[in-house]
Design a protein around this ligand. Structure first.
Ligand code: NAG
Ligand code: NAG
Ligand code: NAG
Ligand code: NAG
Length: 529
């Protein structure tokens, strides 16, 4: 458990004069004609979004990886060094780095952070759209940190943090701790895009929590590995399973290392961020004792009733090679034609505008016009999709094909036998989850249906609550960005966080069971689970 150290750098803070920037006029030209269905905004944002990724890779990742000699074997080839040796060498260097950093009061951190001070000019030409998560946080006057963590299988992750609120009188991070985990195609930015008072990251910070924002392997901020090339299949050879087995433990252990081993971390996940929690808790069961409680927004475990076009992929899920060709062999980068095919379903019915229809996250997760704040769209499109492996999509598609069974990756009978000792992939043993968990679901959720969430709820040994958002249209991504998310969702979330975790069986589940009894019966009769 101690392997996946470790650190690295707290970011230089951008001393931004955010007061000057209050009146950012977003896209003066583009925005006026926003209702005009042109591809102007799509192109503009696509260009800016690409710049964000490039900026990050150029200024942070490259310096960082070269500092640790990730690439050193390319400049001075050492033919005798095996990949394992290399991994060890780099990890040792990390350890030394931490020792030095601690003894020199973290000053060494600056050597990896961008040398030139990042400047933000308040001009129409340069809106916040190409800012990274810590920059965005800093723009709003909150402290922001970036920590780098190496997993035990060599992925280099960046975790962002809002250590304390800008309203905090003493500038120390509180004991109360939350770890937020984004969903498929998302990143740490998901939690802060709506800005202070609206984004859950800020709301939790203001409520006195030390807020950690995870980034999954492969996304904008976690696109590096100690030995695997980011363009290789070896790098993208993972699903949410590997995330649950390596990323989550590394991040949780790291937070404990920073805050002390007695820290009790509250885990809040959205979408795939909940899948990885369930996969972790049912397999590495010691984490049931480590965390304080889990809060699952739009939980995804069973997948019987999926409205998302991802279900269209399910029928091809036996033919992994074909899917990889279709969706991109490594990173999920569907060719336009494929994305159009998928989005046809979503967009023809709903007449979404082009910018939304072309974005893989909206295509897969749906879109709710009424709760959607259009002003956020440019920022959202600049950050989303942040990156996911095709194999993850295939894994979900396989589950849908197997009547929603929450199971490990299916490699085919022969390979399964080698990997698992059984010809069918094993199910995740959800009954082993003992952590107190609250589920938050919504009626119009394309990926997490009433019946699936209810069935998940009854499996949990220590359920806290099953809260159903009281708004019919509420959808999968509304949990992040809906105009009314603070009142409809976060108020309840904060209440449960504060109330503690030993609440007995709530009456809500009984209500929801009543409501879903027919569906549930039908579901049981199918005998699929
Ligand atoms: C919409 O776009 C078309 C073509 O770019 C342009 O001619 C038209 O004036 C625009 N309409 C509005 C309301 O901006
Ligand atoms: C490492 O080396 C490869 C091949 O020379 C190069 O393509 C890649 O950009 C380098 N990575 C970094 C982080 O410098
Ligand atoms: C991909 O991952 C699986 C499961 O961990 C492993 O068995 C397989 O060897 C990996 N393939 C490659 C090419 O790395
Ligand atoms: C929509 O987003 C903008 C930009 O962040 C914000 O100023 C505005 O208050 C939001 N509107 C609503 C109704 O939340």
């Amino acid at each position: 458990m101690k392997l996946p150290l470790l650190v690295v750098f707290t970011f230089v803070f951008l001393q931004l004069h955010h007061t000057e920037c209050r009146q950012i006029s977003w896209f003066p030209d583009v925005f006026d004609s926003f209702t005009n269905k042109t591809s102007q905004i799509t192109n503009y944002v696509r260009e800016r979004g690409r710049r964000l990724k490039n900026y990050y890779v150029e200024n942070v990742r490259k310096k960082f990886t070269s500092y640790f000699g990730v690439n050193s074997t390319t400049s001075q080839p050492d033919v005798t060094e095996t990949p394992e040796d290399k991994q060890w060498r780099i990890k040792r260097k990390f350890r030394d780095f931490v020792d030095v950093a601690q003894s020199t009061d973290n000053k060494i951190f600056d050597s990896i952070a961008p040398e030139e001070e990042m400047k933000y000019h308040c001009s129409d030409e340069d809106p916040t759209i190409h800012m990274s998560t810590p920059q965005l946080i800093a723009v709003h006057g909150y402290p922001a940190e970036a920590h780098t963590i190496i997993t035990d299988d060599g992925y280099i992750l960046t975790v962002h943090r809002i250590p304390y609120s800008k309203e905090a009188k003493n500038k120390v991070s509180p004991r109360k701790t939350v770890l937020l985990h984004h969903g498929l195609l998302g990143s740490s930015a998901d939690w802060i895009i709506p800005g202070p008072k609206k984004g859950l990251g800020y709301i939790l910070s203001d409520a006195g929590y030390d807020v950690w924002l995870a980034n999954v392997r492969g996304n904008t901020y976690s696109r590096a590995h100690v030995s695997r090339n980011v363009d290789s299949f070896e790098f993208w050879n993972f699903t949410f399973h590997e995330v649950s087995q390596h990323d989550l433990p590394a991040v949780i252990d790291y937070i404990m290392e920073v805050k002390g081993w007695d820290v009790k971390i509250n885990y809040i996940g959205h979408s795939m961020g909940t899948t990885v929690l369930f996969a972790l808790l049912s397999t590495k069961t010691q984490y049931n004792k480590v965390l304080r409680a889990g809060f699952a927004l739009a939980p995804v475990a069973y997948m019987t009733e999926i409205k998302s076009p991802i279900r269209l992929l399910a029928k091809y899920s036996d033919n992994i090679e074909y899917l990889m060709k279709l969706l991109g062999a490594n990173e999920f980068l569907p060719q336009n034609a494929v994305l159009r095919w998928l989005s046809k379903h979503a967009c023809e019915i709903n007449h979404y505008e082009e910018a939304i229809c072309e974005n893989s996250m909206f295509v897969l997760c749906g879109h709710d016009e009424r709760q959607f704040n259009r002003s956020l769209l440019p920022l959202i499109l600049a950050h989303v999709p942040a990156g996911a492996s095709t194999k993850t999509l295939v894994h979900y598609a396989q589950e849908i094909k197997q009547s929603g069974r929450f199971q490990k990756f299916d490699y085919g009978a022969k390979e399964n036998f080698k990997e698992y000792g059984t010809v069918t992939p094993p199910e995740y043993p959800l009954h082993k989850i003992t952590l107190p968990i609250a589920l938050f679901s919504a009626n119009n959720d394309w990926l997490s249906s009433d019946v699936d969430v209810t069935n998940l709820y009854v499996q949990l040994a220590n359920p806290i609550d099953h809260y159903i958002v009281p708004l019919k249209e509420f959808n999968h991504i509304d949990f992040l960005w809906a105009v009314d998310a603070p009142t409809l969702v976060y108020a309840r979330l904060l209440q449960l966080l504060e109330e503690g975790v030993s609440k007995p069986y709530s009456t809500d589940i009984l209500d929801s069971l009543d409501n879903n009894l027919d569906k549930l019966e039908d579901f049981m009769n199918k005998g699929s689970l």
